[in-house]
Write a new protein. Structure first.
Length: 325
């Protein structure tokens, strides 16, 4: 059983909601989307039960898009296996909008927030302690399970309608011109590689830092990409506050930006040091050597692993598209 404030006081969830938390308290917020399969939630809850957190906290389950209590019943039968708080939000906006809404609603109760997306899976005991020990260090602004150097502008690819090889030779020039224009457009929003950013799938911040972040509601998917890795991304705003972004590994170590690729937490080696899995890390795990090489190249270029020479043999044999969240 994970250690929580409710466990210590042996309180009911209803009493927990009235509890007056101090600024050192931690909220672990997990998103549950109505459109996801129950298997996704079962995976998270099973991992939460299996691995001790190592740190006192409250688990906040965010229900997104559920119509009523009857609609939530199948989900509740799973989450009620663990002590938690409930927070309902409408099926509007994107994940990051929901996180900020939860923060605004609970910022007076908690000093720290760890946000976990709906595909999260814990893989090690003392996972929360790994986060908290680093986020409480002076000069640290954000701690994430994964980070990347990837730039959307550098990875710009041909639109689907131009990818066919059954076209006349003159189309090659058109394809190159369109790709060039797309890169110019995207460069206004996304700096070229390397653009270090913490991925917003399992990340922790303090209330003090979150209050200083400029956040605007996400109107389209591109806005979420910009908030994660654009010129005014979450990570970039934290750096401007003279604070450092860290990636925390299963080994409990906090990695600075220049060491992220060595952490082997995201799209490199066997991701053997990953603390919390998600759908993107699973895509890498499930890929063959060729696919892993391509993913690794997206995130780390020449610092990637396995062998990037595989890219040459992969040309023209159906390189998979990068699936952005």
């Amino acid at each position: 059983m994970n250690i929580g404030y409710a466990n210590i006081a042996q309180q009911s969830i209803r009493t927990m909601k009235r509890q007056n938390h101090t600024n050192d308290n931690i909220c672990v917020a997990h998103l549950v989307r109505r459109n996801n399969s129950l298997d996704v939630l079962q995976t998270f809850v099973a991992s939460y039960q299996r691995y001790e957190s190592g740190e006192m906290h409250d688990l906040l389950i965010i229900y997104k898009g559920f119509k009523n209590e009857a609609d939530k019943a199948p989900v509740k039968s799973i989450v009620d296996k663990v002590e938690h708080l409930d927070f309902d939000v409408p099926d509007e906006g994107f994940d990051i909008d929901v996180y900020w809404l939860a923060f605004k609603s609970f910022q007076r109760k908690y000093g720290y927030f760890l946000f976990l997306n709906s595909h999260s899976e814990i893989v090690k005991s003392n996972w929360l302690k790994c986060y908290s020990e680093h986020i409480r260090q002076p000069g640290v602004g954000i701690v994430g399970a994964t980070g990347s150097y990837q730039s959307i502008s550098s990875d710009c690819r041909y639109p689907r309608f131009l990818e066919s090889t059954d076209r006349p030779i003159w189309s090659a020039l058109v394809r190159k011109m369109i790709l060039f224009l797309l890169r110019i457009i995207k460069c206004f929003w996304f700096p070229p590689y390397p653009k270090a950013h913490i991925r917003t799938n399992a990340f922790m911040l303090s209330t003090r830092v979150m209050e200083k972040i400029t956040f605007k509601p996400m109107k389209k998917k591109t806005d979420t990409y910009r908030f994660e890795s654009g010129k005014d991304s979450l990570t970039q705003q934290i750096v401007r506050l003279d604070l450092s972004p860290l990636v925390v590994g299963k080994d409990g170590r906090g990695y600075g930006v220049e060491e992220w690729y060595r952490s082997n937490t995201f799209w490199r080696s066997e991701q053997e040091n990953l603390l919390i899995k998600d759908n993107q890390t699973r895509a890498y795990d499930d890929g063959d050597l060729r696919q892993k090489t391509i993913y690794s190249n997206y995130a780390w270029k020449e610092k990637g692993c396995p062998n990037l020479e595989m890219l040459h043999s992969a040309e023209g044999v159906g390189i998979p598209r990068f699936k952005r969240r």
